[in-house]
Each structure stands twice: as structure tokens, then as C-alpha cells.
Design a protein around this ligand. Structure first.
Ligand SMILES: [Cu+2]
Length: 111
């Protein structure tokens, strides 16, 4: 396994294949407060917990979450809320401050 030591938030081969498949609808959600690979991991797992999401990827440098989802089971608003509930801004949806305060210190914004 070449990426056994890959940093948190990087794609596994299976995830990469999922993102590249044409399954479902692809949307990109702006996540301006994401800062590091831990953030990417947190956002990714929050989004993947939403029913109907096939695959998710977060680019911390571009500050964008790419999500493939079934538009019959969920929608962009639900995805935005899931990210906000995890403590991150998502498009125009503001982060849940309580969740944000519980993030690892490196992921919290400076006050
Ligand atoms: Cu972080």
C-alpha cells in the first residue's frame, strides 16, 4: 500500500474512484474556514454521514468541499447544514460555534 502513511484528509484509491465515477450529482461547497488536513477529515466525515452522499473530498488549499450525492435523497442545503453543524462555514451557512469550539486547537480560528 503506497499511501499507508498518507496524511489525514488525502484520498484513498477507493475514494478517488468514487469521486471520479459519474454517480449522482456533483456539487462544490465553499468551506472558507477549513485550514488543515484535520479540518478536511472532519468535514469529509460530516458530509459522508448524510444519507445519499456517495463520496466527498475536501481541498483545504482551495477551501472547497466536493460532494457527490443522490439528489433524490438529499440536497445542497442539507450538506451545508451538516458542515455547519461540524463547526465550519459552508457557502452562506454560518458554522455552529459550539461545534467549532470543540474542534482540535489547530482547527479553530483565532479569536
Ligand atoms: Cu484543521
Amino acid at each position: 500500500m503506497a499511501d499507508e502513511h498518507a496524511v489525514c484528509g488525502s484520498k484513498t484509491a477507493a475514494e478517488k474512484a468514487e469521486m471520479e465515477s459519474q454517480k449522482g450529482t456533483l456539487t462544490e461547497i465553499s468551506v472558507p474556514t477549513a485550514q488543515c488536513s484535520m479540518c478536511a477529515k472532519t468535514i469529509k466525515s460530516a458530509v459522508k454521514d448524510v444519507k445519499g452522499v456517495y463520496a466527498a473530498d475536501v481541498d483545504v488549499e482551495d477551501k472547497v468541499a466536493s460532494v457527490r450525492y443522490d439528489d433524490k435523497k438529499t440536497d445542497v442545503g442539507t450538506l451545508e447544514n451538516a458542515i455547519a453543524e461540524a463547526g465550519y462555514d459552508a457557502n452562506d451557512v454560518k458554522r455552529n460555534e459550539t461545534a467549532h469550539a470543540k474542534l482540535p486547537a489547530c482547527c479553530q480560528l483565532e479569536k
